[in-house]
Design a protein around this ligand. Sequence first.
Ligand SMILES: Nc1ncnc2c1ncn2[C@@H]1O[C@H](COP(=O)(O)OP(=O)(O)OP(=O)(O)O)[C@@H](O)[C@H]1O
Ligand SMILES: [Mg+2]
Length: 355
Amino acid sequence: MRQGNLPHFFIAMRVGLTYNLKKQTVRCDGSLNDHEAEWDDQETIDAIISAISRHHTAIPIEADLGAFDALKRSRPDIVFNIAEGAGGPHREACIPAMLEMLAIPYTGSDPTTLGICLDKGRTKEALQYHRIPTPAFELLESADACDRWRSFPAIVKPLWEGSSKGVRNSSFVATPDELRLETERIVEAYRQPAIVEAFLSGREFTVAVIGNGAGARALPAVEISFDSLPPMAHKIYSYEAKWVWDVPGKPLDIFSCPAQVDAQLGRRIAQTALDAFRALRCRDWCRIDIRLDDDCAPNIIELNPLPGILPKPEDNSCFPKAARAAGMDYAALINTVLNTALQRCRLLDPSPSAR
Ligand SMILES: Nc1ncnc2c1ncn2[C@@H]1O[C@H](COP(=O)(O)OP(=O)(O)OP(=O)(O)O)[C@@H](O)[C@H]1O
Ligand SMILES: [Mg+2]
């Protein structure tokens, strides 16, 4: 795979960048509103624009109510899409659906895959169909449904959130009462069902995948180890661990990349990630969260087909971290994803016969 280096017959393009800009809304109690946790800050948007601008003309387009008109007016040759969307379980599918309507090619997965992967229940149904290991689960529309779940410890999460929204230290539950309380909290705060899952206490990894079809490849796995969390913390990569305890001034020593695993386990982790990538029909790129079960078998926790890509190494963003371990700096990562999409859309074919 060409890592951001362009073939000599390459053509400069007009590349749109669709994004949601973090406005940093503060709640009335002074705390930060996690509503925008998935969105990107100006620094990330600028870094992507700068990477695209090395070879192309970048056209930034905010994914707000004016996005359709802006896309229709500017008609980029291709769009680099990182728009997480404004709300609801289909929010990540909105911009790709508009782009489909306008027949503008774009990076990343289609609306169906984005919609399914945002819904952790539907993702797990698809994984189960393909016999890819994932922890047992149940959907809980309200606290009254909690009687359906009897296996502890477990973890309770909002059904269709990301960026650890709603996954708190208290999401680890050891009793039916804790399960009920957490389910109430999630249903009330996030206005959506909760998903309860068997808790996997083994090692945790996240795997960045780039490519398509037989050419998809896993970058070096990142291990998330929980030893540096505060002593009362459960071993989960919770909202507190991601956004409160791990800050640029005082980063947690939580990641290692490449993960220190023996060759056989490394291959199993990478293969499980690729199996999930293909089962969910992801395109171009995706970050896949994996945890080992009691038999040391890799299980899929979830797939992130719109992975976070904070540019500064101290921001501890896992996809760029894995890319660096594979020898790609930030600009090379962005251009590799873009070239992967261009190739998939037959807008760039690096084979000499295509000239
Ligand atoms: N079944 C499980 N067993 C053990 N730990 C789990 C399980 N499900 C989730 N976790 C822990 O909770 C964390 C967050 O869960 P998950 O990845 O599903 O949420 P998310 O908000 O979609 O994550 P992201 O920040 O990657 O978008 C995981 O990284 C893991 O540490
Ligand atoms: Mg996750």
